[in-house]
Design a protein around this ligand. Structure first.
Ligand code: SAH
Ligand code: SF4
Ligand code: F3S
Length: 575
Protein backbone atom coordinates (compact mmCIF):
# COMPACT_ATOMS: atom_id res chain seq x y z
CA UNK A 1 0.00 0.00 0.00
CA UNK A 2 1.13 3.55 -0.74
CA UNK A 3 2.61 5.71 2.03
CA UNK A 4 0.29 8.46 3.36
CA UNK A 5 1.55 12.01 3.86
CA UNK A 6 -0.60 13.92 6.31
CA UNK A 7 0.04 17.66 6.02
CA UNK A 8 -3.03 18.76 7.98
CA UNK A 9 -5.92 16.92 9.63
CA UNK A 10 -9.24 18.67 10.33
CA UNK A 11 -10.20 19.21 13.96
CA UNK A 12 -13.75 20.08 15.15
CA UNK A 13 -12.38 21.97 18.16
CA UNK A 14 -10.24 24.16 15.94
CA UNK A 15 -13.19 24.55 13.57
CA UNK A 16 -15.25 26.00 16.42
CA UNK A 17 -12.71 28.80 16.92
CA UNK A 18 -13.05 32.01 15.03
CA UNK A 19 -9.82 33.65 13.87
CA UNK A 20 -9.68 37.43 14.02
CA UNK A 21 -7.82 38.37 10.88
CA UNK A 22 -9.02 37.61 7.40
CA UNK A 23 -6.54 37.84 4.58
CA UNK A 24 -7.37 38.20 0.91
CA UNK A 25 -4.84 36.21 -1.08
CA UNK A 26 -4.44 36.41 -4.84
CA UNK A 27 -3.96 33.01 -6.45
CA UNK A 28 -0.60 32.55 -8.18
CA UNK A 29 0.48 28.87 -8.16
CA UNK A 30 2.71 27.89 -11.06
CA UNK A 31 2.14 24.21 -11.94
CA UNK A 32 5.21 22.16 -12.87
CA UNK A 33 5.92 21.23 -16.49
CA UNK A 34 5.74 17.58 -15.38
CA UNK A 35 2.14 18.10 -14.25
CA UNK A 36 1.17 19.83 -17.49
CA UNK A 37 2.83 17.10 -19.56
CA UNK A 38 1.01 14.38 -17.69
CA UNK A 39 -2.50 15.84 -17.81
CA UNK A 40 -2.67 18.16 -20.83
CA UNK A 41 -5.43 17.02 -23.19
CA UNK A 42 -6.64 14.39 -20.68
CA UNK A 43 -10.09 14.21 -19.10
CA UNK A 44 -11.23 15.44 -15.68
CA UNK A 45 -14.41 14.22 -13.97
CA UNK A 46 -15.98 16.06 -11.02
CA UNK A 47 -19.01 14.69 -9.16
CA UNK A 48 -20.57 17.30 -6.88
CA UNK A 49 -22.95 16.59 -4.02
CA UNK A 50 -24.62 19.17 -1.76
CA UNK A 51 -25.45 22.81 -2.11
CA UNK A 52 -24.71 25.71 -4.45
CA UNK A 53 -21.48 26.49 -2.54
CA UNK A 54 -20.14 23.13 -3.70
CA UNK A 55 -21.34 23.75 -7.27
CA UNK A 56 -19.39 27.02 -7.32
CA UNK A 57 -16.34 25.21 -5.89
CA UNK A 58 -16.61 22.67 -8.73
CA UNK A 59 -16.36 25.54 -11.22
CA UNK A 60 -13.15 26.75 -9.57
CA UNK A 61 -11.66 23.24 -9.52
CA UNK A 62 -12.53 22.76 -13.20
CA UNK A 63 -10.99 26.18 -13.88
CA UNK A 64 -7.75 25.06 -12.22
CA UNK A 65 -7.70 21.77 -14.17
CA UNK A 66 -8.49 23.56 -17.44
CA UNK A 67 -5.52 25.86 -16.76
CA UNK A 68 -3.23 22.81 -17.21
CA UNK A 69 -5.08 21.80 -20.38
CA UNK A 70 -7.53 19.24 -18.99
CA UNK A 71 -10.95 18.66 -20.59
CA UNK A 72 -14.17 18.11 -18.68
CA UNK A 73 -15.94 14.76 -19.00
CA UNK A 74 -19.17 13.32 -17.66
CA UNK A 75 -17.77 9.80 -18.06
CA UNK A 76 -15.63 8.72 -15.08
CA UNK A 77 -14.13 5.76 -16.98
CA UNK A 78 -12.43 8.20 -19.40
CA UNK A 79 -10.97 10.36 -16.63
CA UNK A 80 -7.32 10.83 -15.62
CA UNK A 81 -8.34 12.99 -12.66
CA UNK A 82 -11.59 12.36 -10.75
CA UNK A 83 -12.82 14.51 -7.89
CA UNK A 84 -15.67 13.66 -5.53
CA UNK A 85 -16.91 16.92 -4.02
CA UNK A 86 -18.82 15.93 -0.89
CA UNK A 87 -21.63 17.16 1.37
CA UNK A 88 -21.98 16.43 5.08
CA UNK A 89 -25.27 18.14 5.90
CA UNK A 90 -27.26 14.94 6.53
CA UNK A 91 -26.37 11.28 6.89
CA UNK A 92 -28.03 10.32 3.60
CA UNK A 93 -25.78 12.82 1.77
CA UNK A 94 -22.76 11.05 3.27
CA UNK A 95 -24.14 7.62 2.37
CA UNK A 96 -24.45 8.67 -1.29
CA UNK A 97 -20.82 9.83 -1.28
CA UNK A 98 -19.58 6.51 0.10
CA UNK A 99 -21.58 4.81 -2.67
CA UNK A 100 -19.76 6.93 -5.27
CA UNK A 101 -16.33 6.26 -3.70
CA UNK A 102 -17.16 2.54 -3.86
CA UNK A 103 -17.95 2.79 -7.60
CA UNK A 104 -14.42 4.06 -8.24
CA UNK A 105 -12.87 0.86 -6.89
CA UNK A 106 -13.69 -0.92 -10.17
CA UNK A 107 -12.97 2.10 -12.35
CA UNK A 108 -9.51 2.43 -10.80
CA UNK A 109 -8.82 -1.27 -11.11
CA UNK A 110 -9.20 -0.84 -14.90
CA UNK A 111 -7.42 2.52 -15.07
CA UNK A 112 -4.45 2.50 -12.71
CA UNK A 113 -3.27 5.98 -13.75
CA UNK A 114 -6.46 7.64 -12.55
CA UNK A 115 -5.90 10.02 -9.62
CA UNK A 116 -8.92 10.07 -7.28
CA UNK A 117 -9.43 13.07 -5.01
CA UNK A 118 -11.95 13.63 -2.22
CA UNK A 119 -12.87 17.16 -1.16
CA UNK A 120 -15.77 19.22 0.20
CA UNK A 121 -17.56 19.31 3.53
CA UNK A 122 -17.31 15.61 4.53
CA UNK A 123 -13.56 15.78 4.32
CA UNK A 124 -13.59 18.48 7.03
CA UNK A 125 -14.43 15.73 9.55
CA UNK A 126 -11.54 13.71 10.97
CA UNK A 127 -13.56 10.51 11.46
CA UNK A 128 -14.53 10.51 7.78
CA UNK A 129 -10.90 10.83 6.66
CA UNK A 130 -9.85 8.05 9.04
CA UNK A 131 -12.63 5.76 7.78
CA UNK A 132 -11.85 6.50 4.13
CA UNK A 133 -8.09 6.08 4.53
CA UNK A 134 -8.71 2.67 6.02
CA UNK A 135 -11.58 1.35 3.92
CA UNK A 136 -10.98 2.97 0.54
CA UNK A 137 -7.27 2.71 -0.36
CA UNK A 138 -8.04 3.86 -3.90
CA UNK A 139 -8.63 7.47 -2.75
CA UNK A 140 -5.33 9.29 -3.40
CA UNK A 141 -5.73 12.89 -2.22
CA UNK A 142 -7.88 14.53 0.47
CA UNK A 143 -8.24 18.30 0.53
CA UNK A 144 -10.70 20.55 2.34
CA UNK A 145 -13.05 23.43 1.60
CA UNK A 146 -10.32 25.87 2.69
CA UNK A 147 -7.61 24.68 0.36
CA UNK A 148 -9.18 24.30 -3.06
CA UNK A 149 -6.42 26.65 -4.22
CA UNK A 150 -3.97 23.80 -3.43
CA UNK A 151 -5.47 21.41 -6.00
CA UNK A 152 -2.65 21.70 -8.56
CA UNK A 153 0.04 21.78 -5.86
CA UNK A 154 -1.33 18.56 -4.35
CA UNK A 155 -1.46 16.88 -7.76
CA UNK A 156 2.15 18.01 -8.28
CA UNK A 157 3.19 16.52 -4.91
CA UNK A 158 1.28 13.34 -5.66
CA UNK A 159 2.89 12.65 -9.03
CA UNK A 160 6.35 13.42 -7.63
CA UNK A 161 6.21 11.58 -4.28
CA UNK A 162 3.65 8.93 -5.31
CA UNK A 163 2.15 8.88 -1.82
CA UNK A 164 -1.41 9.46 -0.64
CA UNK A 165 -1.94 12.99 0.55
CA UNK A 166 -4.13 14.55 3.25
CA UNK A 167 -4.21 18.34 3.50
CA UNK A 168 -7.30 19.56 5.30
CA UNK A 169 -7.12 22.47 7.72
CA UNK A 170 -10.06 23.52 9.83
CA UNK A 171 -10.13 27.14 10.80
CA UNK A 172 -8.83 29.00 7.79
CA UNK A 173 -10.21 32.50 7.56
CA UNK A 174 -8.82 33.49 4.21
CA UNK A 175 -10.39 34.56 0.96
CA UNK A 176 -8.68 33.49 -2.25
CA UNK A 177 -9.32 35.73 -5.26
CA UNK A 178 -8.49 35.45 -8.94
CA UNK A 179 -8.73 31.68 -9.18
CA UNK A 180 -9.59 30.52 -12.69
CA UNK A 181 -13.18 29.43 -13.29
CA UNK A 182 -14.87 27.16 -15.83
CA UNK A 183 -18.60 27.79 -15.59
CA UNK A 184 -20.93 24.81 -15.77
CA UNK A 185 -23.55 26.83 -17.67
CA UNK A 186 -23.04 29.75 -20.01
CA UNK A 187 -26.25 31.60 -19.08
CA UNK A 188 -26.63 31.36 -15.30
CA UNK A 189 -24.01 31.56 -12.58
CA UNK A 190 -23.42 31.53 -8.85
CA UNK A 191 -21.28 34.27 -7.31
CA UNK A 192 -20.02 33.88 -3.73
CA UNK A 193 -20.44 36.95 -1.57
CA UNK A 194 -19.61 35.37 1.80
CA UNK A 195 -17.89 32.16 2.80
CA UNK A 196 -18.49 30.17 5.98
CA UNK A 197 -21.08 30.70 8.69
CA UNK A 198 -20.98 32.06 12.24
CA UNK A 199 -24.53 31.15 13.25
CA UNK A 200 -23.83 27.72 14.76
CA UNK A 201 -27.42 26.47 14.66
CA UNK A 202 -27.16 23.53 17.06
CA UNK A 203 -28.00 20.85 14.46
CA UNK A 204 -25.77 22.13 11.66
CA UNK A 205 -22.32 21.00 10.53
CA UNK A 206 -21.76 23.85 8.05
CA UNK A 207 -19.97 26.32 10.42
CA UNK A 208 -17.45 23.55 11.16
CA UNK A 209 -16.93 22.50 7.55
CA UNK A 210 -16.90 25.95 5.95
CA UNK A 211 -15.21 28.00 8.67
CA UNK A 212 -15.59 31.55 9.80
CA UNK A 213 -18.04 33.83 8.05
CA UNK A 214 -16.08 36.16 5.80
CA UNK A 215 -17.21 38.64 3.16
CA UNK A 216 -15.55 39.22 -0.19
CA UNK A 217 -14.61 42.77 -1.08
CA UNK A 218 -17.48 44.43 -2.98
CA UNK A 219 -15.17 45.33 -5.86
CA UNK A 220 -14.12 41.70 -6.36
CA UNK A 221 -17.80 40.65 -6.39
CA UNK A 222 -18.81 43.39 -8.82
CA UNK A 223 -15.90 42.54 -11.09
CA UNK A 224 -17.00 38.87 -11.25
CA UNK A 225 -20.61 39.93 -11.94
CA UNK A 226 -19.56 42.45 -14.59
CA UNK A 227 -17.70 39.74 -16.52
CA UNK A 228 -20.89 37.63 -16.47
CA UNK A 229 -23.01 40.55 -17.72
CA UNK A 230 -20.50 41.27 -20.49
CA UNK A 231 -20.50 37.60 -21.50
CA UNK A 232 -24.29 37.72 -21.90
CA UNK A 233 -25.29 35.67 -18.86
CA UNK A 234 -29.02 35.87 -18.06
CA UNK A 235 -29.03 35.10 -14.33
CA UNK A 236 -26.76 35.61 -11.32
CA UNK A 237 -27.40 34.09 -7.89
CA UNK A 238 -25.44 35.70 -5.06
CA UNK A 239 -24.38 33.02 -2.58
CA UNK A 240 -23.77 32.95 1.13
CA UNK A 241 -24.91 30.71 3.99
CA UNK A 242 -26.37 33.93 5.41
CA UNK A 243 -26.30 36.67 2.76
CA UNK A 244 -27.89 39.20 5.12
CA UNK A 245 -24.76 39.38 7.25
CA UNK A 246 -22.69 40.38 4.21
CA UNK A 247 -20.21 43.11 5.10
CA UNK A 248 -20.39 42.83 8.90
CA UNK A 249 -16.77 41.68 9.08
CA UNK A 250 -15.53 44.25 6.54
CA UNK A 251 -16.40 47.09 8.92
CA UNK A 252 -16.58 49.58 6.03
CA UNK A 253 -20.31 50.23 6.19
CA UNK A 254 -21.12 48.15 3.10
CA UNK A 255 -24.30 46.12 3.66
CA UNK A 256 -26.09 43.41 1.72
CA UNK A 257 -28.74 45.90 0.54
CA UNK A 258 -25.99 48.11 -0.87
CA UNK A 259 -24.25 45.20 -2.61
CA UNK A 260 -27.55 43.88 -4.02
CA UNK A 261 -28.38 47.29 -5.48
CA UNK A 262 -24.94 47.66 -7.05
CA UNK A 263 -25.20 44.22 -8.70
CA UNK A 264 -28.77 44.95 -9.89
CA UNK A 265 -27.52 48.16 -11.50
CA UNK A 266 -25.05 46.19 -13.66
CA UNK A 267 -28.09 45.16 -15.71
CA UNK A 268 -28.13 41.35 -15.43
CA UNK A 269 -31.63 40.29 -16.60
CA UNK A 270 -32.26 38.13 -13.50
CA UNK A 271 -30.75 38.49 -10.04
CA UNK A 272 -31.35 36.11 -7.13
CA UNK A 273 -29.70 35.48 -3.77
CA UNK A 274 -29.43 32.62 -1.27
CA UNK A 275 -29.81 32.12 1.73
CA UNK A 276 -31.50 34.66 4.00
CA UNK A 277 -31.47 34.38 7.80
CA UNK A 278 -34.75 35.80 9.19
CA UNK A 279 -33.43 37.93 12.06
CA UNK A 280 -30.54 39.30 9.97
CA UNK A 281 -32.80 40.19 7.03
CA UNK A 282 -33.06 43.99 6.98
CA UNK A 283 -35.95 46.06 5.63
CA UNK A 284 -33.65 48.00 3.29
CA UNK A 285 -33.24 44.75 1.32
CA UNK A 286 -37.04 44.74 0.77
CA UNK A 287 -36.80 48.27 -0.65
CA UNK A 288 -34.01 47.32 -3.05
CA UNK A 289 -35.93 44.20 -4.15
CA UNK A 290 -39.04 46.28 -4.78
CA UNK A 291 -37.11 48.95 -6.69
CA UNK A 292 -35.30 46.79 -9.27
CA UNK A 293 -37.41 44.71 -11.69
CA UNK A 294 -34.41 42.48 -12.44
CA UNK A 295 -34.30 41.26 -8.82
CA UNK A 296 -36.58 38.22 -8.90
CA UNK A 297 -39.60 38.47 -6.64
CA UNK A 298 -38.72 35.23 -4.90
CA UNK A 299 -37.21 34.78 -1.45
CA UNK A 300 -35.87 31.67 0.25
CA UNK A 301 -36.32 32.34 3.96
CA UNK A 302 -35.71 29.19 6.02
CA UNK A 303 -37.86 28.98 9.15
CA UNK A 304 -36.70 25.46 10.24
CA UNK A 305 -39.56 25.19 12.80
CA UNK A 306 -42.73 27.06 13.76
CA UNK A 307 -42.36 26.20 17.45
CA UNK A 308 -40.56 28.81 19.55
CA UNK A 309 -39.36 26.11 21.92
CA UNK A 310 -37.74 24.12 19.11
CA UNK A 311 -36.34 27.28 17.49
CA UNK A 312 -34.69 28.17 20.79
CA UNK A 313 -33.15 24.74 21.13
CA UNK A 314 -32.00 24.89 17.50
CA UNK A 315 -30.20 28.15 18.36
CA UNK A 316 -32.22 30.06 15.76
CA UNK A 317 -32.39 33.70 16.85
CA UNK A 318 -36.05 34.61 16.15
CA UNK A 319 -39.54 33.59 17.23
CA UNK A 320 -42.32 32.44 14.92
CA UNK A 321 -44.10 35.74 15.55
CA UNK A 322 -41.03 37.76 14.53
CA UNK A 323 -40.73 35.58 11.43
CA UNK A 324 -44.36 36.20 10.43
CA UNK A 325 -43.99 39.94 11.10
CA UNK A 326 -41.07 39.99 8.69
CA UNK A 327 -43.13 38.09 6.10
CA UNK A 328 -45.92 40.67 6.48
CA UNK A 329 -43.50 43.57 6.04
CA UNK A 330 -42.11 41.94 2.89
CA UNK A 331 -45.58 41.26 1.46
CA UNK A 332 -46.70 44.83 2.22
CA UNK A 333 -44.03 46.16 -0.17
CA UNK A 334 -43.83 43.24 -2.63
CA UNK A 335 -47.35 41.72 -2.70
CA UNK A 336 -46.59 39.21 -5.48
CA UNK A 337 -43.45 37.76 -3.87
CA UNK A 338 -43.04 33.97 -3.78
CA UNK A 339 -41.66 32.66 -0.50
CA UNK A 340 -39.94 29.34 0.08
CA UNK A 341 -38.37 27.80 3.16
CA UNK A 342 -36.39 24.98 4.80
CA UNK A 343 -38.01 22.95 7.58
CA UNK A 344 -36.50 20.26 9.81
CA UNK A 345 -38.86 17.73 11.41
CA UNK A 346 -37.77 15.55 14.32
CA UNK A 347 -35.29 17.77 16.15
CA UNK A 348 -34.52 15.96 19.45
CA UNK A 349 -37.60 15.81 21.69
CA UNK A 350 -39.80 17.77 19.29
CA UNK A 351 -43.46 17.08 20.18
CA UNK A 352 -46.42 16.51 17.87
CA UNK A 353 -47.77 19.91 19.03
CA UNK A 354 -44.51 21.51 17.87
CA UNK A 355 -45.07 20.05 14.39
CA UNK A 356 -48.67 21.33 14.39
CA UNK A 357 -47.28 24.79 15.17
CA UNK A 358 -44.89 24.47 12.22
CA UNK A 359 -47.82 23.58 9.95
CA UNK A 360 -49.83 26.53 11.26
CA UNK A 361 -47.02 29.07 10.77
CA UNK A 362 -46.19 27.62 7.34
CA UNK A 363 -49.75 28.11 6.16
CA UNK A 364 -49.69 31.68 7.46
CA UNK A 365 -46.39 32.34 5.67
CA UNK A 366 -48.09 30.93 2.54
CA UNK A 367 -45.06 29.28 0.95
CA UNK A 368 -45.01 28.42 -2.76
CA UNK A 369 -42.38 25.71 -2.15
CA UNK A 370 -40.27 24.25 0.65
CA UNK A 371 -37.36 21.93 1.33
CA UNK A 372 -38.29 19.61 4.18
CA UNK A 373 -35.88 17.32 6.04
CA UNK A 374 -35.95 14.79 8.83
CA UNK A 375 -33.37 15.76 11.45
CA UNK A 376 -30.07 13.93 11.06
CA UNK A 377 -27.62 14.04 14.01
CA UNK A 378 -24.23 15.43 12.97
CA UNK A 379 -21.24 14.29 15.00
CA UNK A 380 -19.64 17.14 16.95
CA UNK A 381 -22.67 19.46 16.86
CA UNK A 382 -24.43 20.35 20.18
CA UNK A 383 -27.76 18.78 19.12
CA UNK A 384 -26.06 15.44 18.45
CA UNK A 385 -25.40 15.15 22.19
CA UNK A 386 -29.10 15.53 23.09
CA UNK A 387 -30.99 12.44 24.21
CA UNK A 388 -33.99 11.94 21.95
CA UNK A 389 -37.14 10.09 23.05
CA UNK A 390 -39.01 10.21 19.71
CA UNK A 391 -38.77 7.18 17.42
CA UNK A 392 -37.81 7.49 13.75
CA UNK A 393 -41.20 5.99 12.75
CA UNK A 394 -43.02 8.73 14.66
CA UNK A 395 -40.80 11.40 13.07
CA UNK A 396 -41.50 9.97 9.65
CA UNK A 397 -45.27 10.05 10.31
CA UNK A 398 -45.11 13.72 11.38
CA UNK A 399 -42.89 14.56 8.42
CA UNK A 400 -45.50 13.12 6.03
CA UNK A 401 -48.27 15.07 7.75
CA UNK A 402 -46.30 18.31 7.36
CA UNK A 403 -45.50 17.64 3.70
CA UNK A 404 -49.17 16.87 2.86
CA UNK A 405 -50.29 20.12 4.49
CA UNK A 406 -47.63 22.13 2.63
CA UNK A 407 -48.45 20.48 -0.69
CA UNK A 408 -52.05 21.75 -0.57
CA UNK A 409 -50.61 25.25 -0.40
CA UNK A 410 -48.09 24.64 -3.19
CA UNK A 411 -50.89 23.37 -5.46
CA UNK A 412 -53.02 26.42 -4.65
CA UNK A 413 -50.19 28.70 -5.83
CA UNK A 414 -49.56 26.58 -8.92
CA UNK A 415 -53.29 26.69 -9.80
CA UNK A 416 -53.24 30.48 -9.61
CA UNK A 417 -50.61 30.55 -12.35
CA UNK A 418 -52.75 28.66 -14.90
CA UNK A 419 -53.84 30.80 -17.88
CA UNK A 420 -51.18 33.44 -17.22
CA UNK A 421 -48.00 34.11 -19.18
CA UNK A 422 -44.62 33.96 -17.39
CA UNK A 423 -41.03 34.60 -18.39
CA UNK A 424 -39.01 31.39 -18.17
CA UNK A 425 -35.22 30.98 -18.33
CA UNK A 426 -34.80 27.79 -20.35
CA UNK A 427 -32.46 25.25 -18.74
CA UNK A 428 -32.61 22.35 -21.17
CA UNK A 429 -34.35 19.07 -21.78
CA UNK A 430 -36.90 18.21 -19.13
CA UNK A 431 -35.50 15.40 -16.94
CA UNK A 432 -38.73 13.40 -17.01
CA UNK A 433 -39.61 13.80 -20.69
CA UNK A 434 -36.92 14.37 -23.29
CA UNK A 435 -39.52 15.75 -25.74
CA UNK A 436 -39.99 18.78 -23.51
CA UNK A 437 -37.84 21.70 -22.39
CA UNK A 438 -37.86 23.00 -18.85
CA UNK A 439 -36.92 26.17 -17.04
CA UNK A 440 -37.73 28.38 -14.09
CA UNK A 441 -40.19 31.25 -13.79
CA UNK A 442 -39.29 34.43 -11.93
CA UNK A 443 -40.99 32.96 -8.83
CA UNK A 444 -38.83 29.85 -9.12
CA UNK A 445 -41.42 27.37 -10.35
CA UNK A 446 -40.27 24.76 -12.82
CA UNK A 447 -42.22 24.76 -16.11
CA UNK A 448 -42.16 22.08 -18.84
CA UNK A 449 -43.10 22.97 -22.40
CA UNK A 450 -42.48 22.00 -26.04
CA UNK A 451 -39.76 23.98 -27.76
CA UNK A 452 -36.59 23.96 -29.79
CA UNK A 453 -33.18 23.27 -28.18
CA UNK A 454 -31.95 26.60 -29.54
CA UNK A 455 -34.00 28.25 -26.77
CA UNK A 456 -31.72 26.84 -24.03
CA UNK A 457 -30.22 29.73 -22.08
CA UNK A 458 -32.86 32.18 -23.38
CA UNK A 459 -35.67 33.90 -21.50
CA UNK A 460 -38.95 33.02 -23.26
CA UNK A 461 -42.64 33.60 -22.56
CA UNK A 462 -44.69 30.58 -21.58
CA UNK A 463 -48.43 30.38 -21.00
CA UNK A 464 -49.26 28.03 -18.13
CA UNK A 465 -51.78 25.34 -19.10
CA UNK A 466 -51.57 22.78 -16.27
CA UNK A 467 -50.52 22.90 -12.65
CA UNK A 468 -49.05 20.19 -10.42
CA UNK A 469 -47.75 20.37 -6.84
CA UNK A 470 -44.11 20.77 -7.83
CA UNK A 471 -44.23 21.70 -11.51
CA UNK A 472 -46.19 23.35 -14.27
CA UNK A 473 -46.88 22.53 -17.89
CA UNK A 474 -47.23 25.26 -20.49
CA UNK A 475 -46.86 26.37 -24.09
CA UNK A 476 -44.51 28.83 -25.70
CA UNK A 477 -46.19 32.11 -26.53
CA UNK A 478 -44.96 33.73 -29.69
CA UNK A 479 -44.32 37.45 -29.36
CA UNK A 480 -46.66 38.51 -32.21
CA UNK A 481 -49.70 36.75 -30.83
CA UNK A 482 -48.84 38.07 -27.38
CA UNK A 483 -48.79 41.65 -28.68
CA UNK A 484 -52.08 41.03 -30.51
CA UNK A 485 -53.76 39.70 -27.40
CA UNK A 486 -52.40 42.67 -25.44
CA UNK A 487 -53.91 45.01 -28.07
CA UNK A 488 -57.24 43.21 -27.77
CA UNK A 489 -57.11 43.70 -24.03
CA UNK A 490 -56.32 47.41 -24.38
CA UNK A 491 -59.10 47.76 -27.00
CA UNK A 492 -61.58 46.19 -24.61
CA UNK A 493 -60.44 48.49 -21.81
CA UNK A 494 -60.78 51.54 -24.05
CA UNK A 495 -64.27 50.52 -25.20
CA UNK A 496 -65.45 50.18 -21.64
CA UNK A 497 -63.91 53.49 -20.51
CA UNK A 498 -65.98 56.59 -19.58
CA UNK A 499 -64.31 58.55 -22.37
CA UNK A 500 -65.42 56.12 -25.06
CA UNK A 501 -68.91 55.83 -23.60
CA UNK A 502 -69.31 59.61 -23.80
CA UNK A 503 -67.96 59.60 -27.38
CA UNK A 504 -70.40 56.89 -28.43
CA UNK A 505 -73.22 58.87 -26.78
CA UNK A 506 -72.52 61.97 -28.93
CA UNK A 507 -71.96 59.81 -32.01
CA UNK A 508 -75.43 58.31 -31.45
CA UNK A 509 -76.97 61.77 -31.01
CA UNK A 510 -75.51 62.93 -34.34
CA UNK A 511 -76.76 59.83 -36.12
CA UNK A 512 -80.27 60.32 -34.71
CA UNK A 513 -80.49 64.08 -35.45
CA UNK A 514 -82.05 64.41 -38.93
CA UNK A 515 -80.92 68.03 -39.45
CA UNK A 516 -77.29 67.31 -38.42
CA UNK A 517 -77.25 64.20 -40.56
CA UNK A 518 -78.39 66.19 -43.61
CA UNK A 519 -75.74 68.85 -42.97
CA UNK A 520 -73.07 66.18 -42.61
CA UNK A 521 -74.08 64.43 -45.85
CA UNK A 522 -74.13 67.74 -47.73
CA UNK A 523 -70.65 68.59 -46.45
CA UNK A 524 -69.36 65.17 -47.56
CA UNK A 525 -70.91 65.63 -51.00
CA UNK A 526 -69.51 69.14 -51.44
CA UNK A 527 -66.04 68.00 -50.36
CA UNK A 528 -65.95 65.56 -53.24
CA UNK A 529 -67.02 68.14 -55.89
CA UNK A 530 -64.97 70.67 -57.76
CA UNK A 531 -66.32 73.86 -56.12
CA UNK A 532 -66.30 77.40 -57.58
CA UNK A 533 -65.42 80.35 -55.28
CA UNK A 534 -69.01 81.02 -54.31
CA UNK A 535 -69.62 77.36 -53.48
CA UNK A 536 -66.39 77.26 -51.45
CA UNK A 537 -67.63 80.13 -49.28
CA UNK A 538 -70.92 78.30 -48.83
CA UNK A 539 -69.03 75.11 -47.86
CA UNK A 540 -66.91 76.88 -45.25
CA UNK A 541 -69.97 78.60 -43.77
CA UNK A 542 -71.84 75.30 -43.52
CA UNK A 543 -68.83 73.58 -42.01
CA UNK A 544 -68.47 76.32 -39.38
CA UNK A 545 -72.13 76.03 -38.50
CA UNK A 546 -71.84 72.22 -38.28
CA UNK A 547 -68.64 72.23 -36.16
CA UNK A 548 -70.03 74.84 -33.79
CA UNK A 549 -73.07 72.78 -33.03
CA UNK A 550 -72.60 71.79 -29.32
CA UNK A 551 -73.24 68.09 -30.02
CA UNK A 552 -70.76 68.01 -32.91
CA UNK A 553 -68.09 70.00 -31.09
CA UNK A 554 -68.29 67.62 -28.12
CA UNK A 555 -68.12 64.68 -30.51
CA UNK A 556 -65.03 66.12 -32.27
CA UNK A 557 -63.28 66.90 -28.99
CA UNK A 558 -63.80 63.34 -27.70
CA UNK A 559 -62.81 61.81 -31.04
CA UNK A 560 -59.53 63.73 -30.98
CA UNK A 561 -58.79 62.55 -27.43
CA UNK A 562 -59.38 58.94 -28.49
CA UNK A 563 -57.26 59.31 -31.64
CA UNK A 564 -54.39 60.70 -29.55
CA UNK A 565 -54.67 57.74 -27.17
CA UNK A 566 -54.61 55.30 -30.08
CA UNK A 567 -51.38 56.86 -31.36
CA UNK A 568 -49.89 56.64 -27.87
CA UNK A 569 -50.81 52.93 -27.55
CA UNK A 570 -49.38 52.21 -31.01
CA UNK A 571 -46.12 53.90 -30.07
CA UNK A 572 -46.01 52.03 -26.78
CA UNK A 573 -46.43 48.68 -28.46
CA UNK A 574 -44.05 49.75 -31.24
CA UNK A 575 -46.43 48.41 -33.87
N1 SAH B 1 -27.24 28.39 5.33
C1 SAH B 1 -28.43 27.89 4.85
C2 SAH B 1 -28.39 26.46 4.37
C3 SAH B 1 -27.88 25.43 5.32
S1 SAH B 1 -27.97 23.76 4.89
C4 SAH B 1 -29.48 28.16 5.90
O1 SAH B 1 -29.18 28.50 7.00
O2 SAH B 1 -30.63 28.03 5.59
C5 SAH B 1 -29.58 23.64 4.15
C6 SAH B 1 -30.65 23.12 5.04
O3 SAH B 1 -30.35 21.82 5.50
C7 SAH B 1 -30.88 23.91 6.31
O4 SAH B 1 -31.63 25.05 6.10
C8 SAH B 1 -31.61 22.90 7.16
O5 SAH B 1 -33.00 22.96 6.97
C9 SAH B 1 -31.09 21.57 6.66
N2 SAH B 1 -30.21 20.94 7.66
C10 SAH B 1 -29.05 21.41 8.15
N3 SAH B 1 -28.55 20.56 9.07
C11 SAH B 1 -29.42 19.53 9.16
C12 SAH B 1 -29.46 18.35 9.95
N4 SAH B 1 -28.52 18.07 10.83
N5 SAH B 1 -30.52 17.51 9.78
C13 SAH B 1 -31.49 17.79 8.88
N6 SAH B 1 -31.50 18.89 8.13
C14 SAH B 1 -30.47 19.76 8.26
FE1 SF4 C 1 -26.20 25.98 9.23
FE2 SF4 C 1 -27.58 27.75 10.61
FE3 SF4 C 1 -25.36 28.50 9.32
FE4 SF4 C 1 -27.53 27.86 7.95
S1 SF4 C 1 -27.33 29.59 9.38
S2 SF4 C 1 -25.44 27.19 7.52
S3 SF4 C 1 -28.46 26.24 9.17
S4 SF4 C 1 -25.47 27.11 11.04
FE1 F3S D 1 -23.45 20.29 2.25
FE2 F3S D 1 -21.37 21.72 2.82
FE3 F3S D 1 -23.29 22.75 1.38
S1 F3S D 1 -22.41 20.36 4.18
S2 F3S D 1 -25.09 21.71 2.15
S3 F3S D 1 -22.02 21.07 0.80
S4 F3S D 1 -22.08 23.80 2.88
Amino acid sequence: MKKTVIENMPDMNQARKRVESIKTIYYNYEPSQKLIDRFKGKYAYIRTFGCQANVRDEETMMGLLSSIGMIKTEDPTKASVAIINTCAVRENAEDKVFGEIGEFKNIKAKNKDLVLLLCGCMVEQKHIIEKTLEKYPHVDIFFGTHNIQDLLRLLDEFITKKSRYVDVSSFEGNIIEKMPVTRIENYKAYVNITYGCDKFCTYCIVPYTRGKERSRDINDILEECKVLVDEGFKEITLLGQNVDSYGKDLKNGVTFAHLLEEVAKLGIPRLRFLTSYPSDFKDDVIDVMAKYPNIMKYLHLPIQSGSDDVLKRMGRRYTSEEYLNLVNRIRAKIPNIALSTDIIVGFPNETYEDVLKTIDVSLKADYTSAFTFIYSPRKGTPAARLVDDVTYEEKNKRFKELVSALEVNFKKHADEMVGKVYEVLVDGESKKNKELLSGYTENNKVVHFKGDESLIGQIVKVKILESHVYSLFGELVDEDSLIKSKCEEIKKNIESSALVKEYLHYKGMIENDHELEQMHNKLLFMKKCDLNDEEKVEYLKLKEEYDNNPIVSNYNRLKKEIDDLKIEVKNLLKL
